[in-house]
Ligand binder design. Structure first.
Ligand code: HEM
Length: 229
């Protein structure tokens, strides 16, 4: 992953954010800058959509998840204080962000002549790396396409931290990472506790669609309220 820690007078060291990705466009009433600020907030909901679609296809994960949230929430809505007991829920969120990271390509511009991964990169070169592809590398993850939240169990077999980059890395890493993880974990726990989501007949989870973000293919589900005590 292109990442430089040696900051040389500007944020990002030898690699900086390309201006082409944040253009100073003249827009009516500042609509585009506003959209630019709101877009990151849509990534957690996108991650949640991915989660719900994947879970509908993986009863082996959905079942123990339901047991955990039923025990922790006991009829309530998930709150911040519940986080330390939502172990599996947090691992399911991590694993979904590994399999389907909403941001699938991250751009950088080389600011000084650099050698990276055996390649000479002159200043000005655009480099794009893909969290989606990094997360599917078999030398980092055994059976990489399998949804397996237990790979995130703490211990020596857990993947190295830098092998999972759904929030990017380096000086421009997402500032909303903890917020996004918290939001997705609490929302997943609450939805799973109160609703049973089942795919409509004939629906199948397909590979996510790359666009501005990586989003789940259309997938229709029925939401059934779960009775609670
Ligand atoms: C699951 C949810 C989210 C994901 C997967 C995500 C992912 C990312 C990624 C990959 C980047 C680019 C990092 C890089 O260039 O190295 C980014 C940047 C950013 N994100 Fe997030 N994000 C999420 C939620 C949020 C939330 C909730 C906020 C705000 C509260 C936010 C605010 C930002 C901002 C301001 C940047 C630009 C940082 C900079 O350029 O210095 N993100 N995000």
């Amino acid at each position: 992953m292109p990442d430089s820690t040696e900051a040389k007078g500007h944020r990002g060291g030898a690699l900086a954010m390309p201006q082409a990705f944040s253009p100073p466009l003249p827009t009516p009433r500042g609509a585009l800058p506003l959209l630019g600020h709101l877009l990151p907030l849509l990534r957690a909901p996108l991650a949640l959509l991915a989660l719900l679609a994947l879970l509908a296809q993986h009863p082996d994960v959905a079942h123990p998840l339901r047991t955990e949230v039923d025990t922790v929430l006991d009829g309530w809505t998930a709150a911040y204080d519940d986080l330390p007991r939502l172990h599996l829920t947090a691992r399911v969120v991590n694993e979904t962000l590994r399999l389907w990271p909403p941001v699938w390509a991250v751009p950088r511009v080389v600011t000084t002549d650099t050698r990276l991964g055996g390649h000479d990169l002159p200043a000005g070169t655009l480099v794009v790396y893909s969290p989606y592809l990094v997360h599917l590398r078999p030398e980092l993850y055994g059976d990489p396409e399998r949804l397996d939240p237990d790979r995130w169990m703490p211990g020596p077999t857990a993947p190295p931290r830098e092998a999972c980059v759904p929030f990017g890395g380096g000086a421009r890493k997402c500032i909303g990472d903890t917020f996004g993880l918290t939001e997705a974990t609490l929302a997943l726990a609450t939805i799973t506790h109160h609703w049973h989501l089942e795919p409509l007949p004939g629906q199948r989870v397909r590979r996510p669609v790359p666009g501005g973000t990586l989003r789940p293919s259309p997938f229709r589900m029925r939401a059934i309220r779960r009775p609670w005590r």
